[in-house]
Design a protein around this ligand. Structure first.
Ligand code: FMN
Length: 186
């Protein structure tokens, strides 16, 4: 199995990364799992500007998607399972993750539409897991969870899971206990 870990846990000693490591130990420790870890903040992808967007549109129209610019998208499309780890920042996640997502949403690689206009499944991924931790509370159906589920829908990924530990920075809470509970849940 090809597993892809998109690591957007920017901070040293990241608690989100601890949950991701627990997930990897529990679900991806077998010999048959080939894990590729992508630390997205180390080489942040460049944002799309007008020129890059034009080039991408013409490459898509020409079906010329073998270039370096689509490396992340091809890797994402190949993975059988994907874990995205990102802390809850400013009511969403670090900007580097958005830059990465912008790179991988390529019509013809990670998603597409058939002759009848219906979505086509191009990603091999069976399970997309998103792990986050938040200082405050993330209610059920938070905007981040909705966003991730919508993204999973775009890629036609059948199983999308959202795992969180929240309330970690609330005075009086015991973050270690909350993390332990989240790890037990994993
Ligand atoms: C830049 C930044 C923005 C944050 N924004 C929020 C926020 O909008 N809401 C919230 O509840 N916590 C916020 N926090 C707190 C983090 O969600 C919390 O400390 C989290 O556990 C950090 O994850 P990490 O240990 O993996 O870095 C923010 C923290 C940072 C550093």
């Amino acid at each position: 199995m090809n597993a892809l870990f998109v690591n957007a846990c920017v901070r040293e000693g990241s608690r989100t990364k601890r949950l991701c490591d627990a997930y990897r130990r529990k679900h991806w420790s077998g010999e048959k799992v080939d894990v590729r870890e992508l630390e997205v903040w180390k080489e942040p992808p460049v944002p799309l500007d007008a020129a890059r967007l034009r080039k991408r549109d013409s490459d898509i129209a020409a079906g010329d998607l073998d270039g370096e610019a689509y490396r992340y998208a091809r890797e994402f499309a190949r993975a059988d399972e994907i874990l995205i780890g990102a802390p809850y920042w400013d009511c969403s996640f670090p900007a580097v993750l958005k830059l990465y997502l912008e790179q991988i949403c390529v019509n013809g690689i990670t998603f597409g539409y058939g002759e009848d206009g219906r979505p086509q499944r191009l990603c091999a991924c069976e399970k997309l897991v998103y792990i986050t931790t938040a200082g405050g509370f993330l209610g059920a159906g938070s905007s981040v969870e909705l966003f991730i589920r919508e993204l999973g829908g775009l890629f036609c990924i059948p199983d999308v899971q959202f795992i969180k530990a929240d309330g970690l920075d609330i005075r009086g809470n015991d973050p270690e206990r909350l993390l332990r509970e989240a790890i037990e849940g994993i």
